[in-house]
Design a protein around this ligand. Structure first.
Ligand code: UDP
Length: 482
């Protein structure tokens, strides 16, 4: 039997799922495993680019492609990534196509017989498919331990069914801290039976039947919740993050992460280099949230009123000379010249967050963004939109004390709750200046230092990865998988 472990990684096709999975593949490869990333043809070039630095170093990482059934579900050719979906109808079609990937995956598993399959949360059928070949399946959520615990508690105890209104706060039962939330802040599929509610149950079942969970977090960030998840909820879990720290030293990685940035690394660095320490606020809402024009207008006004310098990422195309942009106040960019930088499209987020000029981050609390901010020692203005972001907000503001909420009260897929300019101005000022802001910054910095230690030899994430690899070796030895 070959002594090298061969691990399959099968991420959901969206930047925020693919990036940490690719990084995880590199992490396993750097520890002597062979890693294969399963994806679709349109996503493969990006993955090849992202793993280049690893393969150049002699790491064994490859890409295996399976066909994405765009034609069968009525999606345009090449539409193989959730980031290119522009309507609910497209999302539904995309999900249908995703659920047709079980057969091609089975074929690949049969051909390659890997030692383990790390498959995304959104592929619940992967547990059964891999069981056919005696291959252990690990689930990758991309969630924090905190969010995993909160979700498990809500699913088990259903406290949201015992309140009389959507705005009445209730406690999420049995967590290490008293965490209150409202029904408004929960996803629609938790509040009413939708197609996705059934799917959620399947996810939960497939997770319980899986070999365990792999978490992109580190112990020191959320020790009570890492313990709670394992010891109280009884889940088998390994934390190996922050995964992006394993790529830190590779030149150029920060600039190309996710997709090609709309601004050059040089231009961005030059702009930030000209600013004082902690004087710039970075505003970005991840890869999926897409605010309406009136909300963007409020953000512009709030930022201007705060008087702070900023980099603001907006999902809009290049500005055409002479064309009025409805989402910006008249003359805004002229007034803000030198003070505010608008990036239309994709920004090199890691590079920005790690620049010493950046003093705070207005974020939607996606777990990748949250973790990147924590690691850079940057406190946050929390503005959750959807997914599990309202739980992450509680972790940041209430448990870690490194952020202030902007006051978003409603979960709303893609568009978010509306927040007015005064609330934005207030939150930006609170996080950028004053004693409280200083304290939050210093707590963030301490957590950032702990993150770097966690991934180094002897650190908590490094050791948990060692334990997982040992476990998989033992498993293979006992069960005879390849
Ligand atoms: N990101 C980036 N540039 C952008 C927008 C996002 O590099 O302009 C990256 C960001 O660094 C993070 C990811 O995209 O790694 C977003 O993931 P997250 O979990 O925060 O949110 P999601 O996109 O899933 O809502």
């Amino acid at each position: 039997m070959d002594s090298q472990l061969h691990i399959f990684f099968f991420p959901y096709m969206a930047h925020s799922h693919m990036m940490p999975a690719i990084e995880m593949a590199k992490l396993f490869a750097s520890r002597g495993c062979k890693a294969s990333i399963v994806s679709t043809p349109a996503n493969a070039p990006h993955i090849h680019k992202a793993i280049e630095s690893g393969t150049n170093l002699g790491l064994e990482i490859g890409v295996l492609s399976i066909r994405f059934p765009t034609q069968e579900v009525g999606l345009p050719e090449g539409c193989e990534n959730a980031n290119s979906l522009t309507s609910l109808e497209m999302m539904n079609k995309f999900f249908t196509a995703v659920n047709m990937l079980d057969q091609p995956l089975e074929q690949l598993l049969m051909e390659h017989r890997p030692s383990c399959l790390v498959a995304d949360l959104f592929f619940p059928w992967a547990t059964d498919v891999s069981a056919k070949f005696g291959i252990p399946r690990l689930v990758f959520h991309g969630f924090s331990f905190f969010a995993l615990c909160a979700l498990a508690s809500l699913l088990r105890h259903e406290p949201h069914k015992q309140v009389s209104s959507d705005s009445e706060p209730f406690v999420i039962p049995n967590l290490p801290d008293e965490i209150k939330i409202t029904r408004n802040q929960l996803p629609d599929y938790m509040k009413e039976e939708t197609e996705f509610s059934g799917f959620l149950k399947k996810l939960d079942e497939s997770e319980l039947n899986s070999y365990g969970i792999i978490v992109n977090s580190y112990y020191e960030l959320e020790p009570a919740y890492a313990d709670h998840y394992r010891n109280v909820l009884g889940m088998k879990a390994w934390h190996v993050g922050p995964t992006f720290l394993c790529n830190e030293e590779k030149e150029g990685y920060k600039a190309v992460r996710g997709q090609e940035a709309s601004i050059s690394e040089q231009e961005c660095s030059n702009w930030l280099d000209s600013k004082k320490s902690n004087s710039v606020i970075y505003v970005c809402f991840g890869s999926l949230a897409n605010f309406v024009d009136s909300q963007l207008m409020e953000i512009a006004m709030g930022l201007e009123a705060s008087g702070k310098q900023f980099i603001w990422v907006v999902k809009k195309g290049k500005h055409e000379e002479g064309v009025k942009e409805e989402w910006l106040p008249e003359g805004f960019e002229k007034r803000m010249e030198g003070k505010g930088l608008i990036v239309r499209g994709w920004a090199p987020q890691l590079l920005i967050l790690q620049h010493q000029a950046v003093g705070a981050f207005v974020t939607h609390c996606g777990w990748n963004s949250t973790l990147e901010s924590v690691c850079a020692g940057v406190p946050m203005v929390t503005w959750p939109v959807s997914a599990e972001q309202f739980y992450n907000e509680k972790l940041v503001t209430q448990v870690l004390g490194i952020g202030v909420g902007v006051g978003a009260k409603k979960w709303a897929r893609l568009t978010g709750d509306s927040v007015n300019r005064e609330a934005i101005e207030k939150a930006v000022n609170l996080i950028m200046e004053g004693k409280e802001a200083e304290e939050m910054r210093s707590r963030s910095k301490a957590l950032g230092v702990m993150a770097s230690r966690a991934v180094q030899e002897g650190g908590s994430s490094y050791e948990d990865l060692t334990a997982l690899i040992e476990d998989l070796r033992l498993q293979r030895h006992c069960c005879g998988s390849k």
